[in-house]
Design a protein around this ligand. Structure first.
Ligand code: C5P
Length: 319
């Protein structure tokens, strides 16, 4: 996450994540699932412009910067949502905006601190929705960190982590700007790990998304990973991630494939395009390949773009 001042406003660039390893250990009594996952943050960013709002309301204006997904097309162009107003903002606000974690994060901060200041958040949205890339969680983390500065709340890192866990299981990962971390519990317990070399990825997001809750509901206990979490973190630290086959694992891939045939088609296309390791990220529907070099990533991204299977990104993890 990168934060800079722009006059009286704050600009926050906040990244997407990929899951290199995800094992579901079992269902918990609270309805969540116990996880072991390795997340890395990659160079695909949403940008939030946070400006003090004199009317003391919390407002969100979303500007879509990528338009080739059905989900985003259904929320065309620019929308504004106003919290605390009777009409809920601009007509036809989408589910995306109705349930937006940015406004929930701002409202949670006000509720917990008694702060009555307002904010207008202009969100420049590049990370696809319902894609397993953590875009909503990343935006929520950026809001917590950004408003802590803008409203001068003086909250500690521990305070922000407590609030992050209330907003969603992936929000904590983005708070600390870790490059890579093992995440346990329901995903909210973060243990940073070492990345030994720069990694190059091609990410493909199919036009159809997946609901995290539905994918977890579809999950059944099964054979599990052939590699352990320790194997993955050792390979990540050694810098040989791109050359060790079979190290990636995602226990949610099968249930996601049952719900959305685009996942299997995208993985197959990535392998046919020359990827030696391809995997779904999080609860999908995005899939990614780890590439040997930037040139290898560009080649595969070019082939995938040509196939028009979804939005294609060539991104790096800067070690
Ligand atoms: O935590 P978050 O709000 O992102 O999770 C969305 C949904 O995904 C949860 O309501 C739950 O159904 C499911 N989930 C789960 N186990 C997790 C994380 C999420 O069952 N560890």
């Amino acid at each position: 996450m990168r934060i800079c001042r722009q006059g009286p406003s704050l600009v926050v660039h906040t990244p997407a994540k990929l899951n290199l390893f995800l094992e579901v250990l079992g269902r918990r009594p609270d309805g969540y699932h116990e996880l072991e996952t390795v997340m890395v943050s990659v160079g695909l960013y949403d940008t939030l412009l946070l400006s003090e709002d004199e009317s003391q309301q919390t407002r969100l204006r979303c500007h879509w910067t990528a338009r080739n997904s059905q989900l985003q097309r259904s929320s065309q162009g620019e929308h504004q949502l106003l919290h605390g107003s009777a009409d809920g903002g601009a007509g036809g606000a989408s589910d995306f905006e109705q349930n937006n974690l940015i406004l929930r994060a701002a409202d949670l901060l006000r509720e917990q601190t008694g702060c009555r200041r307002g904010v207008t958040v202009n969100l420049y949205k590049r990370i696809p929705l319902q894609a397993g890339l953590g875009g909503g969680s990343s935006d929520a983390a950026a809001t917590l960190v950004g408003l802590n500065h803008l409203w001068q709340l003086g909250l500690t890192a521990a305070d922000l982590h407590r609030l992050a866990a209330q907003l969603g299981s992936d929000v904590n990962f983005f708070l600390d700007s870790s490059l890579a971390a093992v995440c346990t519990g329901r995903g909210e317990q973060i243990h940073p790990v070492v990345v030994g070399s720069r990694l190059h990825f091609v990410v493909v997001t199919p036009p159809t998304g997946l609901s995290t809750a539905e994918v977890f509901r579809q999950w059944q206990p099964g054979a599990g990973a052939t590699r352990s979490l320790a194997d993955v973190t050792a390979v990540l630290a050694s810098g040989r991630m791109a050359s060790v086959p079979g190290v990636l694992h995602n226990g949610l891939e099968s249930p996601a494939q049952e719900l959305n045939p685009d996942v299997a088609a995208t993985l197959e296309a990535l392998r046919a395009a020359g990827a030696t390791t391809a995997m779904m990220s999080g609860s999908g529907s995005s899939c990614f390949a780890i590439c040997r070099s930037a040139a290898h990533a560009r080649r595969i991204a070019g082939r995938m773009t040509h196939l028009e299977l979804g939005q294609t990104f060539a991104v790096t993890l800067q070690a």
